[in-house]
Structures are given as C-alpha cells and as structure tokens.
Design a protein around this ligand. Structure first.
Ligand SMILES: Cc1cc2nc3c(=O)[nH]c(=O)nc-3n(C[C@H](O)[C@H](O)[C@H](O)COP(=O)(O)OP(=O)(O)OC[C@H]3O[C@@H](n4cnc5c(N)ncnc54)[C@H](O)[C@@H]3O)c2cc1C
Length: 504
C-alpha cells in the first residue's frame, strides 16, 4: 500500500544529508511511494565517505574497509537494478596485512578456508583448528544478533530483555568482553590481536567491548573486505545515482540551517539561503548530537544526548606519492608492541606513546586513483577525541605529516617524504569543523549504555515528525550499520506518516 492510497495525497519526506545513512533512507522512502527530497550541504554525496582531488590524486576521505556489500545490492534491488551494473566491487585478498613489533607478518585472507591455510602456515595446524571453531562461533553470534539487535527498531530497553534472542546471545558469549571471548578460542597472540582490534571501530578497547562487537571481526575478517573501482566514495555516487533514477530529488550544495517546528511537530526545513521546504516527515542524517544542537529547538534535545560519550578520533594523512610503495597490501596494520597500552592511552584521552597505525594503499587495487607510476597512501593514526588532552590540532597538523612519513619509512615503505608530491592532513579539529560531535568521525561510543536499545533513539522524543539516520543512532558506526540505520529510519518515517509498509 502506498502513501497516496492511504491518505489520498502523496506524503513528502525531506532527508537532510546524503551520507550513506541519508541515501539509504531516501531510497527506501521513495520505494515506499513517498515524494523524497534530499538536501545536502556539500557538492558531492557520501559525507564522511567523501573525496579530495589534488594534483591528479583521488583521496577517499573516510571508509576504506567496505563490508557486507549485499546491503548496497538490496538498495539497488529496490530500484529494480543490479549493483554490479553501477559499481565495480573489488574483493581484497588479503583483506589486511598485519605487521607485529617482532617483525612477523600475518595476512587476513577474508575467507574462512584461505584464512585457515594462512593460520596453519604461520601459527600451526592446531591453531588453524581453533580458528575454524572461532569462525563458526562468530558466525553464530552474527546470525543471532542480526535480526534481534542490529536490524531492529527498539521501542524500549525492555525489548532487549524479552526475546529468547537475548538468552542466545548470552549463551554465545555476546555479553562477555571481546578479548577474553576470542582468547577462549585462540592461543596465538598475533591472531588474537587480529580478531579483537576491530573493537576500536566501535570506540572501545577489546578489553571492555561486549562480545557482540566481535561480529565486526566476522564482518570483515571472515565475510570479506571490498574496495571499489574509483574508491569507496564511488559507492555513494552509485547510490546517489540510483536515488535520482528512482525519482528522489537530490539537491546538492544546499545546507539546511533549521528545522521549523509548530505545535510540537516538525513541518519544514529552512535552507541557509532562507528557502522553506515543507514536509510530512524529515530524516536527519547529520551527526545526531549536532543535528539536535544546530537544527532543532534547544528544548528538543533529550538529556541523555547531552551526556553522550564519544569514540576516540583519528588523524588521517593523505599522501600523493610519485612512486610505488614497496611490499604494501591494500590495507596494512602496524601493531604496537604493547597492544593494551595503545587502547589505554587513547581511551584515557592521550596520544599513543607507542602507536599502532593503519596504512591503506587504494592504488593497490585501482591504479587510476594516482597518476601513472604513483601511489595513494592513506595513513590513519587513532587519537583521542576533543574531550581528551587539550591539543592545538591546527598547530600540530604539519607535525602529523612528518610523523606519518617517518613511521612509514621506519616500517620499510621506502623514502616516503621524498616521494610525497601532494598531501592533506585531517585532524580531530577538522572532523569537528565538518560537524562531528567531539571531533570524532566514529560517533557516540558503543559501550553498553549506548548500545542497542540504549543508543540514542532514531526518533526525536519531543518533536513529532523527526527521524534520525546515521552512526550516532541505532545500530551504530560504519558503512553497513549506517545503511541499516537508513532502513530503520525509513520504517520510523513511514510510521510517522501513518504508513506501515516498507518494501523488503
Ligand atoms: C577516516 C575514516 C575512516 C573510516 N573507516 C571506515 C571503514 O573502513 N569502514 C567502515 O565501514 N566505516 C568507516 N568509517 C565510518 C563511516 O565512514 C561512517 O560511519 C559513515 O560513513 C557515516 O555515515 P552517516 O550517513 O552516518 O554520516 P555522514 O557520512 O557524515 O553523512 C552526513 C551527511 O549530512 C550532511 N550534512 C551535515 N549537516 C548538514 C546540513 N546542515 N545540511 C545539509 N546537509 C548536512 C553532510 O555533508 C553529510 O553528507 C570511517 C570514517 C572515517 C572518517
């Protein structure tokens, strides 16, 4: 049943923001029969998954680990299209190349059988057996969580306590901590690090993150990691194209300054140019605390949103290199000697004293992202967010470029400083200027009180007609979760306009 059949008038949704969350919501609302307009501040879609072009180099500004591409395919299916006709996905093998302080190297193969062989070769056949058992457990945990915990709109925290799903999650170790859960299967310290470090994506140390977050390792290290021809940003361009072909009106370079509220209901978006765009329901994709702060009346902000705690942040150094980086895979992780101390430092609001860091070389899979013979390097250093030690990030930025070059040279990637012909440094201060609360692109942290039904709700409790999509609401951070948040937001938005049906 479409909105027009239900009410005699087509309902109109406005989506503020064309990040993955906003685009997914827009596509689903359009598929359900609503008129949909997306108002996006920037000239390009993708939000955090943006792109900087400089001197012939194309830098992805955000995600490089693309997982669960079926969530993108589901959206294309809603438009009667095939994802493969619009985006060339590249499965990465290895998914990651991990280097440890003792010089040993482990490749994560992103496929259980291939990974089993790698473990057998590097850690021995007994560990390979144990790895197989861990992979099976993570899969079970993932399946148990998906419908009950991830792809689910919670109406109250009690929703978690009710179903048998919770009992199943407890049995599978979902409420233990990630590190001891993984350690109860594996014995090789390198493998344990490889299957636990992902908690950092959710803003936690694996020593404190709940076992349910071990599924992040499942999603990437076992289900497979992808990139895309044209970089991960290309996926958001593909989604924006799909939205337009489905009839969504996509208005770029159109920042929204305010959501107009009358009689407790949101009724229109006001753009920075003063234009009024009326709607029946609005989906807000900017970072949730910032959307409350900047777009809605002050009294709309729930108390708990003011008290949120945030994930650590990062410095990203984009490098345009005039030569190839030797021995690099697409994703390279360099672990510090003291694994736990890295997390302790960042979570205590300090810079890591002995840093773990990531190097992504997207040109490994798509050479066209750099001029011939060159490479793109994306160096990511986890750091505290702006609620940690006070750091003058603008003054610090040039030093971060030098730090990146020095770490890369020390790690054996060749004369990086000499090879750098283009660069860009992005710090927590820049993330804050881009509208991310606490200067982190990794959203509100996912500790227990901010997880599942306890995460900031995707409906505004005090203003009718306002729904949120994105990484600070349910289910959480990362491209797959945010695509699901778009689906959950579309369900909420349809309920707000009195329509229950959402295409599958
Ligand atoms: C450096 C980095 C590395 C990452 N690595 C990974 C990874 O490897 N894998 C992974 O899965 N995830 C990764 N992530 C996280 C992932 O990118 C995010 O979780 C996800 O892209 C967030 O999407 P979103 O839709 O919530 O928000 P956004 O992408 O931030 O979208 C919000 C949109 O709203 C727009 N907007 C804001 N204010 C307004 C306004 N007033 N008016 C109109 N429009 C507005 C913004 O311009 C933006 O387009 C990474 C992020 C970063 C930054």
């Amino acid at each position: 049943m479409t909105a027009s059949v239900t009410t005699g008038r087509r309902r109109r949704a406005v989506v503020v923001g064309a990040g993955y969350g906003g685009l997914a919501a827009a596509i689903r609302l359009r598929a359900a029969g609503l008129d949909v307009t997306v108002l996006e501040r920037d000239a390009r879609p993708g939000g955090r998954a943006g792109r900087i072009e400089r001197d012939g180099f194309a830098f992805d500004t955000g995600p490089s680990v693309l997982t669960m591409p079926r969530l993108l395919a589901d959206l294309f299916a809603l438009g009667g299209e095939d994802l493969a006709d619009h985006l060339e996905l590249i499965r990465l093998d290895p998914a990651y190349r991990a280097t440890f302080h003792d010089g040993s190297v482990l490749r994560v193969r992103g496929d259980v059988e291939a990974m089993r062989e790698e473990v057998a070769e590097v850690c021995g056949p007994d560990e390979a057996e144990r790895f197989t058992r861990l992979a099976a457990r993570l899969r079970e945990l993932y399946l148990a969580e998906y419908d009950s915990f991830i792809d689910n709109n919670f109406d109250s925290p009690l929703a978690l306590a009710k179903p048998q799903a919770a009992a199943r999650l407890i049995r599978l170790g979902g409420f233990r901590r990630v590190y001891p859960l993984v350690e109860s299967f594996l014995t090789d310290w390198r493998l344990i690090r490889m299957f636990t470090f992902q908690s950092m994506y959710a803003g936690m140390s694996p020593y404190e993150a709940l076992g349910i977050y071990a599924v992040i390792a499942y999603m990437d290290a076992i289900e497979g990691v992808y990139s895309a021809k044209g970089g991960v940003h290309a996926a958001s361009v593909a989604l924006a194209g799909l939205a337009e072909r489905m009839g969504v009106e996509l208005r770029m370079s159109t920042p929204v300054a305010e959501i107009e509220v009358a009689g407790g209901r949101a009724i229109a978006a006001r753009t920075a140019d003063g234009e009024r765009v009326p709607f029946d329901v609005v989906v807000l994709n900017p970072d949730l605390p910032v959307a409350y702060r900047d777009l809605l009346p002050p009294e709309a902000t729930p108390r708990r949103v003011k008290r949120l705690t945030y994930s650590p942040s990062c410095v990203v150094v984009h490098l345009g290199l005039d030569r190839k980086v030797p021995d690099a895979a697409h994703h390279n992780i360099h672990f510090a000697r003291d694994f736990q101390a890295s997390f302790d430092d960042i979570l205590a609001g300090r810079m890591q004293r002995d840093p773990s860091w990531f190097l992504t070389v997207p040109t490994h899979s798509d050479p066209d992202l750099a001029p011939p013979g060159g490479d793109v390097g994306f160096w990511l250093l986890p750091t505290p967010n702006l609620e940690g030690d006070p750091i003058d990030w603008d003054a610090q930025a040039p030093r971060e470029l030098e730090r990146a070059q020095a770490e890369l040279e020390r790690a054996g990637y060749g004369p990086i400083a000499e090879a750098t012909v283009a660069s860009e440094v992005v710090t927590p201060a820049d993330w804050a200027r881009q509208g991310m609360a606490a200067g982190t692109p990794f959203a509100a942290s996912h500790h227990f009180r901010q997880t599942g039904p306890f995460r900031p709700a995707n409906v505004a409790p005090k203003v009718r007609g306002v729904v949120f999509a994105g990484s600070s609401t349910t289910p959480g951070v990362g491209v797959p979760m945010v695509l699901i948040s778009g689906k959950l937001a579309a369900e909420r938005a349809l309920a707000q306009v009195g329509q229950e049906e959402l295409a599958p």
